[in-house]
Design a protein around this ligand. Sequence first.
Ligand code: G
Ligand code: G
Ligand code: NA
Ligand code: MN
Length: 251
Amino acid sequence: NLPHSELGDRFRVYYQPLVDLHSGRIAGFEALLRWQHPQRGMVSPAEFIPVAEETGAIISLGAWVLYEACYQMRAWQHQFPDHAQSIISVNLSPYQLQSPDLKQRLQDILTETGLAPESLKLEITESAVMEEVQTTLEVLHDLKRLQVKLGIDDFGTGYSSLSYLNRFPVNTLKIDRSFVWRMEDSAQDRAIIQTILDLAHILGLDAIAEGIETPEQLAQLRDLGCDIGQGYWFAKPLPAPAAAQLLARRP
Ligand code: G
Ligand code: G
Ligand code: NA
Ligand code: MN
């Protein structure tokens, strides 16, 4: 396992804004990992996360991302008082979820960085949540005791049983971008989005739409009552200094 300082030489955390569609304000950022390869440039996590999962490196890499992202968000909350309530959303691999010391690690990271637990959201994919439902439920309830937020990512692509969904102690459902991309042309996809939004709101959850690339998608999602938006229309995932410029510019 590489020590934290060496991970910092090879990896970077990028930040993509999460925009409150009711107020237009930045509600927070999703932390997205990047690998700076000396020959290949920036490599997407889609390519290296599976390898990190196979080798077990995901545990230390994931802990590094959590630390970086929490540290950065705490610094921004101080630097930009208008954004003192902003949240940082971090993707968790199912392997991290199964790791017995995840809760202690999270506790340590929150203590070391000084970030309030309510400012951290952990994103877990729908397919990861629905594997081993009983164990996952226990882990999520245990994490919830730290008072961090939880969200289901890529919602609509896995196999959620609705009877389980209301037992998961999550705060948000993130609608998978495949539905958002098709919504302008497909009444069916709009209907699916509307159904997910209704479901989220009936369960008392916020709904996030990712992959918003056009003003038409944004307008339709607003009309349908979506709470939070994310996508290239607002901003691509940005290096920390560029993300900070957004915070300085927009309240
Ligand atoms: O940013 P990009 O679209 O290239 O990300 C590709 C995939 O990698 C997405 O599914 C995203 O959720 C995942 N991902 C990005 N950062 C992390 C991370 O820090 N940990 C884990 N487990 N997955 C990540
Ligand atoms: O799987 P997950 O939902 O975590 O994926 C997030 C990924 O989606 C990130 O890797 C990010 O780079 C990518 N992403 C974010 N917004 C957009 C967008 O508007 N269009 C496309 N094509 N990808 C996006
Ligand atoms: Na995600
Ligand atoms: Mn997603």
